[in-house]
Design a binder for this molecule. Structure first.
Ligand code: ATP
Length: 261
């Protein structure tokens, strides 16, 4: 169990360097339990590197972090508490969708009855039941994405790290994804959500952090970020994003184009 009062995520000066490149520079953030944290930033800002550190896949160069109260240096204690959907979901083409999910449940030591029930209900929810016994090699990008997300939350982790969860999904599936994320947060799961699709973050996030060149350049509730400090007048999240990433240098405008869902 994680300590009951610990924040879901707590980082202090988290830094990652690759040779001359500083991918993440002294990141200090706190994410409360049961909230949805929208993690934004232009291409190359350091979002994936941050998520890889928080999921113990990459070691920080310096700084510390705790996820579900566990230090990220202790991989074995962090892993049971987290789920991760990376940009390319780790799935086996030769398995069927259902076999892949059963395999993922097995890795998490989920009791069979519980995992069967959850797998069936998530397959149903994502409209994948009819294809669940086909091999993944024949799946579309969106179907693979659905399998990736289901396996990231199947074991009901305390914290789910989702990198572009709506990528490749048609509008109906993207809506199912957004509703699922909101439901999971209602059930006290913390969602660390990275996406370039700003309306998704605007709709879902309780708190937003904007990363630029490895540094956190803005943080707050969506409404706060959207309100202009000088006049109090509201602007779109896209305008706010462009402004904070422009102010801190770089050609943020290029990277803020929302990709098609
Ligand atoms: N394994 C690596 N070796 C060297 N440099 C790396 C490595 N991984 C990331 N970087 C560099 O670190 C910086 C941050 O990359 P990262 O992938 O974390 O950005 P991102 O915000 O996830 O970008 P995107 O939105 O394009 O996915 C980039 O300059 C990238 O080139």
């Amino acid at each position: 169990m994680s300590p009951p009062d610990a924040p879901a995520i707590e980082t202090d000066g988290l830094t990652k360097r690759y040779g001359e490149t500083t991918a993440v520079a002294g990141l200090t953030v706190t994410v409360d339990r049961g909230t949805i944290y929208g993690f934004l930033g232009p291409n190359g800002a350091g979002k994936t590197t941050t998520m890889r550190m928080l999921t113990t896949l990459t070691k920080p160069t310096s700084g510390t972090a705790r996820v579900a109260g566990q230090p990220i240096t202790d991989r074995e204690s962090v892993t049971p508490h987290i789920g991760y959907l990376p940009e390319e979901p780790p799935i086996y083409d030769e398995l069927t969708g259902r076999e892949q999910l059963e395999y993922a449940a097995g890795l998490r030591d989920l009791p069979e009855a519980e995992s069967t029930e959850r797998i069936e209900s998530l397959l149903e929810r994502f409209d994948l039941r009819a294809d669940a016994d086909r091999r993944i090699e024949g799946y579309s990008k969106g179907m693979r994405q659905k399998v990736g997300v289901i396996q990231a939350v199947l074991h009901e982790p305390d914290v789910a790290f989702l990198d572009e969860p709506t990528s490749g999904l048609d509008p109906r599936a993207a809506r199912t994804m957004r509703n699922t994320i909101a439901d999971l947060a209602d059930q006290e799961m913390t969602i660390f959500l990275s996406t370039h699709i700003l309306p998704v973050v605007d709709e879902l996030a309780d708190e937003i952090g904007v990363l630029h060149d490895g540094k956190l350049v803005a943080q707050g509730e969506p409404e706060t970020l959207k309100s202009r400090a000088e006049t109090g007048e509201s602007r779109s999240l896209e305008d706010a994003f462009l402004e904070v990433t422009q102010k801190h240098g770089g050609d943020a405008g290029q990277s803020a184009e929302p990709p098609a869902e």
